[in-house]
Design a protein around this ligand. Structure first.
Ligand code: HEM
Length: 396
């Protein structure tokens, strides 16, 4: 039965401690619907939490649209300016066209080809941190791997990759503005300027990369090309870094996990799914009703913003036994960490491969991961992630 509470769930201060899971668990178990008054958003929004309700809002035939934006703060009267142009906030023909164009670059086959690059990146990182000082995984490991992968997809020349990886790390460090010199927003703007240069270079000499593929369509504007490079950059970096950090967190806290992966008694793909469920880095997705609709017994008119909280759905006790516990062999595992429906994550194969390589390589090279301090969590609402995860790695 639906309950209505009023609390501004767009307040990032609510998510800096593990209390967030207690709140989400309670809401999911009650199948609550929560109204958030204007504050973090201009006109307020409804929220759903249970696995069933989140899947219903995101489902393929649901009367909802992403075109006004997919994050708290956007709605019909305050739409995302990228709406209708960037894949994740477009619908119908533009969305279909973009998925068809970009899909092959992020497919399972493409991901397999990139796995050598991922492995080299993980090995390089482990060489630097094994048997050394305390390592902050959230800064030294999590971000490096996805940034390198996205550079490959975009076709960033080797000589520019370190610069772009650094910029990406700054841009997606979270709302905390941890970095000196440049705010995350400034770093992101630098990246967009760099995309303009990359587009000019690929126009003159096309390759088999994302920029060239988007340009080859012939109908997309330069603005469309920049926005969709940005979509892959954001999609590929913002979330994956926290799932990777979470995989190391699991190694530090789940007894026997390193050994089980090393000796093959744990199936790596099953563990990957549990990492995704347990970390659920995409914290929320927003939709706006495209028609009058009834959710949890409540009638919502067209134009109402509704938020689905994915980590809440992924620990819904009606679907997952003992949901707070990381179970390496959890099966079935119907998590919706990659979303659900038409906008289901296009980079999921790539993210899975990145995580599988990290799990295998760490298990191979490391005998112990010691948690030096409990993790600190990002003050953020779009991403559920690690601000700091200090560990010590002991090599084998
Ligand atoms: C869409 C999560 C990794 C690219 C999404 C959505 C979620 C998500 C929840 C759906 C958004 C919505 O419904 O509005 C994640 C998680 C990841 C991950 C948890 C890692 C653990 C990646 C990677 C890439 C990527 C590695 C690419 C390199 C995209 C793109 C979309 C998307 C392009 C838009 C799809 C569409 O609108 O049709 N992702 N993602 N993601 N993701 Fe990911």
């Amino acid at each position: 039965m639906q309950t209505t509470k009023t609390v501004d769930l767009g307040d990032p201060d609510l998510y800096t401690s593990l209390d967030r899971h207690v709140r989400w668990r309670e809401y999911a178990a009650e199948d609550a619907m929560v109204w958030s008054e204007p504050g973090s958003s201009p006109t307020g929004f409804w929220s759903v939490f249970s696995h069933r309700a989140c899947a219903a809002v995101l489902g393929p035939n649901a009367p909802f649209t992403s075109e006004y934006g997919m994050m708290i703060g956007f709605d019909r009267d305050h739409p995302d300016r990228s709406g209708g142009q960037m894949m994740v906030v477009s619908e119908q023909d533009q969305h279909r066209k973009l998925r068809k164009l970009v899909g092959p670059l992020l497919s399972r086959a493409a991901a397999r080809k990139l796995s050598d690059r991922v492995r080299a990146e993980v090995r390089g990182v482990l060489d630097r941190v094994l048997d050394g000082e305390v390592c902050d995984v959230a800064a030294a490991i999590g971000p490096r791997i996805p940034a390198a992968v996205v550079c490959e997809i975009l076709g960033v020349p080797a000589e520019d990759q370190d610069m772009l990886i650094d910029l990406t790390n700054h841009a997606f460090g979270g709302e905390d503005e941890l970095f000196d010199g440049m705010t995350p927003r400034q770093a992101h703007t630098e990246i967009l300027v760099y995309f303009d240069e990359l587009i000019s270079a690929r126009r003159a000499s096309p390759g088999d990369d994302l920029v060239s593929t988007l340009l080859s369509d012939g109908e997309l504007s330069i603005d469309d090309v920049v926005l969709n490079c940005d979509n892959v950059l954001i999609g590929g970096n913002e979330t994956t870094r926290h799932a990777i950090t979470g995989a190391v967190h699991a190694f530090a806290t789940v007894p026997g996990l390193l050994e089980e992966i090393r000796d093959g008694s744990a199936d790596v793909d099953t563990v990957v799914d549990e990492v995704l469920r347990w970390t659920s880095p995409a914290m929320h997705v927003l939709r706006v009703t495209s028609d009058d609709v009834t959710i949890n017994g409540r009638d919502l008119p067209a134009g109402t913003p509704v938020v689905a909280w994915l980590p809440a759905a992924n620990r819904d006790p009606a679907v997952f036994d003992d949901p707070d516990t990381f179970r390496p062999g959890r099966k079935p595992n119907r998590h919706i960490a990659f979303g659900h429906g038409m906008h289901h994550c296009l980079g999921s194969a790539l993210a899975r491969i990145e995580l599988a390589v990290v799990l295998r390589e760490v298990a191979e090279r490391v005998s112990r991961v010691e948690l030096v301090k409990e993790p600190a969590w990002l003050r953020a609402v779009v991403v559920q992630g690690y601000r700091e995860l200090p560990v010590r790695f002991t090599g084998r």
